[in-house]
Design a binder for this molecule. Structure first.
Ligand SMILES: [Fe+2]
Ligand SMILES: [Fe+2]
Length: 319
């Protein structure tokens, strides 16, 4: 029985029965693993209208989730590879800040020659994350102390609209989706995006939900903030070139400005304070930063390969 079928049933009470699935030949980055993991994690966020919330802490399902996480984490660790003994989070973040002259990649493609169809596909892929932006990293807050915690929350406060519901970044992205004539509903494209898009969100859910991975969650958060201003600037330029509705540009312009400030706060006051306080986490932060790069690169490679072949990058093309 698949997890989707299982979740249509009532969650059994006090039941430790394992959810039996063979993962022997499972591809850690494949759609079966990534979608099942996504469904398991979603129970901790907003859940599903027709799924019993009791599944969230069902031991049998958590056992399966643990096995999927092990598989996924192992794959990401081997893609990241060995981390040199003298690697530091500070040096890693410095490296991320260097923008190559004549850079290539997804946001450059969209800026220079992407089509409106490709842009709408990109929005659909990203909707899984941006419609819950800030939430996966928020799991990390109770695991921090002192200045790192205060500054982490200060950045998250902006992600959550600085007290204004209409300015929640999640809402700004929903506005972007509507303006692009796409479905703005939460999880609206869950069944349409490929495993690569799900892996991007699953990685941050996994980091956020495990205390032992808190250093990597902070690293992931830092990498997100540090890479956001230049990437968002290219997206804003792409949307301007395409004559896209202003509400599409607003989301990215907000990130060009806000994340330039966040970048500094995150480097010094979040990462700097965390590793000063818990030096043993330095390599975990580095791993989080590099793991972010691994899943982002996989998604970018998928999109570019599909578009080069002239086909849709979604599992079901947009209408
Ligand atoms: Fe944001
Ligand atoms: Fe930000």
């Amino acid at each position: 029985m698949s997890v989707v079928e299982l979740l249509t049933e009532r969650a059994p009470q006090h039941d430790l029965t394992r959810v039996v699935t063979s993962l022997a030949d499972a591809d850690p980055y494949g759609i079966d693993v990534q979608l099942t993991l996504y469904l398991c994690y979603e129970l901790h966020y907003r859940g599903f209208a027709d799924v019993d919330d009791g599944w969230e802490w069902n031991a049998g399902l958590l056992h399966l989730r643990g096995r999927l996480e092990e598989l996924f984490l192992h794959a990401v660790r081997s893609d990241v590879g060995e981390i040199d003994a003298d690697a530091t989070a500070a040096a890693e973040l410095d490296g991320l800040c260097v923008e190559p002259v004549g850079g290539t990649g997804l946001s450059y493609h969209l800026r220079d020659e992407g089509t409106w169809t490709q842009m709408r596909e990109y929005f659909a892929h990203r909707s899984l994350y941006h419609l819950k932006e800030g939430d996966p990293h928020a799991w990390t807050i109770p695991r921090l102390t002192g200045q790192a915690k205060a500054s982490f929350v200060a950045v998250e406060f902006d992600e959550f609209g600085g007290g204004k519901g209409a300015r929640l970044h999640q809402q700004l992205f929903a506005d972007l989706m509507s303006a692009a004539d796409l479905d703005p509903s939460y999880l609206g494209y869950l069944a349409d995006v490929p495993a690569e898009s799900l892996a991007v969100v699953n990685l941050m859910s996994m980091f956020g939900l495990h205390r032992r991975l808190r250093g990597s969650s902070v690293g992931h958060f830092a990498a997100t903030e540090v890479t956001s201003p230049p990437g968002s600037r290219r997206m804003a330029q792409a949307l301007e070139r395409l004559g896209a509705p202003s509400r599409c540009r607003d989301f990215y312009l907000e990130h060009v400005e806000a994340d330039a400030v966040h970048e500094q706060v995150v480097r010094t006051d979040v990462v700097g304070d965390l590793v000063a306080r818990e030096p043993q986490l330095d390599h975990d932060v580095v791993f989080g930063i590099r793991a972010f790069g691994v899943v982002e690169d996989r998604l970018a490679d998928h999109l570019m390969a599909c578009w080069r072949d002239g086909r849709s990058s979604l599992r079901s093309p947009l209408s």
